[in-house]
Design a protein around this ligand. Structure first.
Ligand code: ZN
Length: 177
């Protein structure tokens, strides 16, 4: 049997401030998977914060080591409160399945920040987290501007469909020229 020295404990906070535990794990990856699964499956249920901490077993250390401290923000692209930002690692991901906008520090270039939007393969590299947010926001505004004003249900799905339609219309009008 393996000797475990550390345990990994994920938890999530409801909008009312109640903390829900998500188990105790022997590996950080398992603990983070449990956290991501919880957020993905409940992206619309109004959780506001999440944490992942590491405890040392058989130790009287009263402080856990914070590995992730995430909070839910309004997504710069889809406008839903599904954009989870991690203050420890300075990255972010939208958990709305159709969106998944993201921000990460670049693993190739130090001090650079990458961001992107998978549905149409948009990526950009900038200098700061604020630049990444405004880059995504500008991009989101462009997409939202292509949505007709009379869409009564302004969901991300209609937004995507409208955008794809506008691309198709562009390419057909180009062919006719
Ligand atoms: Zn989003």
């Amino acid at each position: 049997m393996d000797d475990y020295e550390f345990v990994f404990v994920p938890s999530i906070v409801t909008i009312d401030g109640n903390i829900e535990g998500l188990g105790i794990y022997s590996k950080e990856s398992l603990a983070f998977d449990a956290l991501k699964k919880k957020i993905s499956e409940n992206w619309s249920s109004g959780y506001k914060e999440a944490q992942l901490v590491m405890w040392t077993l058989d130790s009287d250390d009263s402080k856990a080591v914070p590995l992730k401290h995430m909070s839910a923000n309004v997504c710069p692209i889809c406008d839903e409160r599904t954009f989870w930002t991690d203050a420890v690692e300075m990255n972010a991901l939208c958990y709305l399945p159709a969106c998944q906008a993201w921000i990460e520090s670049s693993d190739k270039e130090m001090d650079k920040i990458d961001c992107g939007w998978p549905p149409i393969g948009y990526t950009s590299q900038v200098d700061t987290l604020a630049d990444a947010l405004s880059s995504l926001r500008n991009y989101g505004a462009k997409i939202r501007a292509s949505v007709s004003e009379d869409s009564d249900i302004f969901t991300h799905r209609t937004l995507l469909e409208e955008y794809e339609k506008s691309i198709e219309e562009d390419s057909t009008s180009n062919l006719e020229e």
